[in-house]
Design a binder for this molecule. Structure first.
Ligand SMILES: Cc1ncc(COP(=O)(O)O)c(C=O)c1O
Length: 466
């Protein structure tokens, strides 16, 4: 990375994440006298106004999945009603207990409606995955397996790597097949006596394709081990897509081998950021997720998830979102998203030099069809045009996760026009991008991973500088 202040990558990153330096009051200590609420609100409204247009006008991949002003205003009202609540104090806020129990029940009913399925509300997809993997690990310890392992296709979300690191679970990562989906034979070959859980995604984050969950979960079932379907991204899309008649392969608890799932209410569930649901086929696994402690001087302690105190207001918002959107609302939203995704897929395939990977439902990944075109440079040029897409690795590609923001008139067309223009710009001048393209170029070389991870660390450090 070039040094800050030289007009290179360091500068570009600083401009992107620290744009308010020198423009707004900065605090590196608590102000001696509290500021007037009106001033603070005015300042924050100004910041919001600067940032809102980009996500509201559909320039982001994923990120904001609903975002209609009336829905946002409703969620804000609900948050205000419950802003003090904390599910850790179930006796003080039994309303939050009700909301969370019903969020879990509604999600389980949507994902197969199989009796006995249970779960908890978590803070997000990553936490749902961390907790499921911890549950398998703790059950394995009880069964006398000292070094439990998980087997995941390479396209499984990085949260499984995090779970492996945090909870000392070995992770065997299996390359996906040429079609971008999990390779069932390769997964089978990777299973060892230590394997306690196999993972599949519906769909995966990188290329948006649904793994062959039926075959994968049968591998696990035949061996008496767990199978986790990561439906963080698709859990609130696929059930409705199936009802709408789209070809959706089986992925949920209707498959007898599926023993746990994650589904994110804060993505296509359309709730505010900060909630997800982890589900288990039976109580035994959920019990291995819980933390409980007798004999602590602070009293009897119990918590279902990683955090202690939790924002009950986010669960209230999630519950209120689910019951106000309803089946008809989810069906309508899914129809709009999938129709828009069709337009996006056709349009990308029509751009000379790009092709969509496989046939995703709504998370549309594309790569270059000729070596002369650097898809990361195309992504950089798209960023200069305001877009915030997701660059991917192995293969080098970029995706747009289509949300309701892209179903607004004119947005998909604008995306495709900008994409075609960006490809033309990179063809005319291969150095046109120049921001993240060189970093992704490096990240694709295994021997450079250490250097790239140092850059990522420096980036995180920068985020915490006032
Ligand atoms: C398939 C999949 N799993 C897990 C996650 C992690 O979710 P979160 O960012 O809410 O932790 C994501 C996020 O995009 C995802 O797409």
């Amino acid at each position: 990375m070039s040094e800050q202040g030289d007009g290179g990558l360091g500068d570009a990153i600083e401009r992107s994440v620290k744009p308010y330096r020198g423009r707004f009051p900065t605090f590196d200590r608590i102000p001696e006298h509290g500021r007037a609420r009106a001033d603070v609100l005015r300042e924050m409204a100004e910041l919001r106004a600067i940032e809102a247009a980009r996500w509201q006008e559909g320039y982001a991949s994923g990120a904001v999945y609903h975002g209609d002003p009336a829905h946002v205003a409703f969620m804000n009202e609900v948050y205000a009603l419950s802003s003090q609540s904390n599910p850790l104090h179930a006796d003080l806020w039994p309303s939050t207990v009700k909301y969370e129990a019903e969020i879990v029940a509604m999600t389980a009913a949507m994902l197969g409606d199989v009796p006995g399925v249970c779960g908890t509300v978590t803070a997000g997809g990553t936490e749902s995955i961390l907790l499921a993997m911890k549950a398998y690990r703790d059950r394995a310890y009880e069964q006398g397996i000292d070094r439990p392992a998980m087997v995941t296709p390479a396209t499984a979300h990085v949260a499984f790597d995090k779970a492996s690191r945090y909870f000392c679970i070995d992770k065997i990562t299996v390359p996906v097949g040429p079609d971008g989906r999990a390779d069932v034979a390769a997964v089978e070959a990777a299973i060892t006596p230590e394997t306690v859980v196999v993972v599949g995604s519906s769909p995966n984050f990188p290329n948006g394709l649904v793994d062959p969950i039926e075959e994968l979960s049968e591998l696990a079932r035949a061996r008496g081990i767990g199978f986790h379907t990561d439906a963080c991204l698709g859990g609130f899309v696929l059930p409705w897509a199936e009802k709408l008649g789209y070809p959706v392969p089986p992925f949920d608890f209707r498959l007898p081998g599926v023993t746990s799932m994650s589904a994110d209410t804060h993505k296509f569930g359309y709730a505010a950021k900060g909630t997800s649901v982890v589900l288990y086929r039976d109580q035994d696994l959920r019990h291995h997720q819980y933390y409980k402690k007798a004999g602590w001087p602070g009293g009897l302690y119990l918590s279902p998830t990683l955090a202690g105190s939790r924002p009950g207001a986010l669960s209230a918002v999630c519950w209120a979102t689910m019951v106000t959107i309803g089946e008809d609302g989810y069906l309508d939203a899914t129809r709009r998203i999938l129709e828009t995704a069709e337009v996006v897929k056709d349009g990308v395939n029509a751009v000379d030099g790009l092709e969509v990977i496989g046939d995703p439902l709504f998370d549309v990944a594309f790569r270059a069809t000729d070596d002369g075109l650097n898809v990361y440079a195309v992504n950089d040029v798209m960023s200069h045009r305001g877009w915030s897409l997701n660059p991917l690795q192995d293969p080098p590609a970029v995706h747009l996760c289509v949300t309701l923001r892209h179903t607004v008139d004119g947005v998909a067309g604008r995306f495709l026009d900008d994409l075609a223009a960006s490809v033309a710009e990179v063809r005319a001048n291969p150095e046109a991008g120049g921001d993240m393209a060189p970093v992704y170029g490096m990240a694709n070389m295994v021997e450079m991973h250490g250097t790239v991870e140092e850059l990522l660390q420096a980036y995180l450090d920068l985020l915490y500088e006032p």
